[in-house]
Write a protein that binds this ligand. Structure first.
Ligand code: FHN
Length: 485
């Protein structure tokens, strides 16, 4: 009896200690949050694209020594599924490559002469955003600054920008930010750490080896980072709306000996925009302060691009890829992926819980190429009919197969089987188990026979396969579970 009372006493003391520790950590979190976010009340107001997501939580997530975007933003991002990436800048005048400056070893003075030739009079923010929307895209991410350092907005940091150097003299980033808000899709930015133009970007990275482009052979990377952070502060000040995501790129240029001061950059963003999702194309799982994992030219876990890591984190995932072969405008590149290939990319991404950020490299005129428009429209046509099987879904429970993927509506929604490539079998073994009650074709509702014997087997003998996606709906009671075949 005495022992029991003593144990109870110790337990109570332990609980008190626990509560005190919890209290201290809450106060610390609060202090940390308020340290970073100046106007908490203002910052916590949900941005326009987060309508309906408020209940997931608008507070930024405090994670050890770092601050991450809100849970509402994470959920929105996972649901968004499909976005438009845009690589645009003065390099489009040459019509070769966004790395044109480096590839052809330009001198800074000569490269700067491209700016007066960049006059995109046919650029129409309304048309770009409408096309993205028509394709079913839920967000847009454009290069505010690529590796050539040129700023597509009215930056107050120096004059290497659209306002001071081009005849166009209009803030492209602001026009798109406003239009996205107007048409209800989210707006994000790509921003390069690597900079071939700024004199203080020194020591030079591997991309500058053997290329003396006229900059002094000295510099202070901290001065460059002050400049870059001041630009990031401009763009996340609210002037450009609530930037839904950031896509940083280029730290791989200098792998050692430089402190990129990433925490400082990320805190500048989250200070004003606690819902802004931060990604960094550093070919690794997200690190401190980062909110989603970026895969370039590859689906998560695939190895179609050797620089990528095969490690797939629990964070939201995104694959970025080109429609043809180039990111920036290349006048000769007509090697566009077909609408079917692009749709397969999107559906497979959804099947493994990733977003697809599909790139467009506009010409210097500002008008999308007809091939791009054609593909956006074709994808939109499919999405309007079958989009419920892709958007606001989660991948699985079946792991991706060579012939297709499975998706499931969130919170008890429908379960879909996407047969993308001919499995060349009459009976399709699906490695899931559970109480399946019915399998039907999405198109027309024809019932498809099946058996359940440790796993689901679908009889495809009477099914005419669709060229893009033979979409089946699997009705069930309770959950389906993945099994090993
Ligand atoms: O060097 C860039 C490249 O130009 C482009 O921006 C892509 C987009 O994923 N990222 C970099 C290469 O890793």
């Amino acid at each position: 009896m005495y022992d029991f009372v003593q144990i109870l006493g110790i337990k109570r003391q332990l609980s008190l200690v626990f509560l005190v520790l919890l209290g201290i950590s809450c106060v610390q979190n609060k202090t940390k949050r308020e340290e970073i976010i100046e106007d908490v009340e203002e910052a916590l107001k949900p941005p326009y694209y987060l309508k309906g997501y408020e209940h997931y939580g608008l507070e930024p997530q405090i994670d050890g020594g770092t601050i991450r975007a809100s849970k509402a933003a994470y959920q929105w991002y996972r649901d968004a599924t499909f976005g438009m990436f845009i690589h645009w800048g003065v390099y489009s005048v040459e019509g070769k490559h966004e790395w044109e400056m480096q590839r052809n070893k330009w001198q800074i003075d000569d490269y700067e002469d491209l700016a007066p030739k960049f006059n995109p009079t046919e650029f129409d923010a309304k048309e770009w955003v409408s096309l993205a929307k028509e394709a079913g895209m839920r967000y847009m991410v454009i290069t505010s600054k690529h590796h050539d350092g040129f700023a597509l907005w009215d930056t107050q940091q120096g004059d290497w920008n659209i306002m001071d150097r081009t005849p166009y003299k209009k803030d492209i980033i602001k026009a798109l930010a406003k239009e996205c808000q107007k048409q209800g899709i989210a707006f994000g930015l790509y921003h390069s750490h690597l900079d071939w133009h700024h004199p203080e970007y020194y020591p030079r990275g591997y991309t500058s080896k053997g290329w003396d482009n006229g900059r002094p052979d000295s510099g202070d990377i901290d001065k460059y980072l002050d400049y870059m952070n001041a630009q990031v502060a401009e763009l996340s000040s609210g002037e450009y709306g609530p930037i839904s995501s950031w896509w940083f790129d280029g730290v791989w240029d200098i792998k050692e000996g430089v402190d990129w001061r990433m925490k400082e950059t990320y805190d500048i963003i989250h200070k004003n925009l606690p819902h802004s999702m931060i990604g960094n194309n550093r070919f690794s799982v997200p690190q401190f302060g980062e909110d989603y994992q970026v895969f370039e030219r590859s689906l998560p876990g695939h190895d179609t691009y050797e620089a990528n890591t095969k490690e797939v984190s629990e964070y939201p995932l995104e694959s970025a890829d080109t429609m043809n072969k180039h990111w920036g405008y290349n006048a000769k590149d007509k090697d566009f992926k077909s609408p079917k290939q692009l749709l397969h990319y999107l559906i497979r991404a959804a099947g493994i819980n990733g977003n697809l950020l599909m790139n467009v490299g506009p010409p210097p005129s500002g008008k999308f190429q007809p091939e791009v428009i054609e593909r956006l429209k074709a994808i939109g046509q499919w999405n309007r009919k079958y989009g419920e099987s892709v958007f606001k879904t989660r991948g699985g429970p079946m792991a991706e197969q060579t012939w297709g993927v499975m998706t499931q509506g969130k919170e008890g929604g429908k379960t879909y089987l996407h047969i993308l490539d001919d499995p060349k079998k009459k009976f399709l073994d699906i490695p899931v188990t559970g109480k399946v009650t019915k399998v039907t074709l999405f198109d027309g509702g024809q019932e498809v026979p099946f058996t359940l014997n440790g796993h689901l087997q679908i009889d495809l003998s009477a099914v005419v396969l669709d060229d893009i996606d033979t979409l089946l709906i699997i009705e069930k009671e309770g959950e389906l579970l993945q099994v090993q075949l």
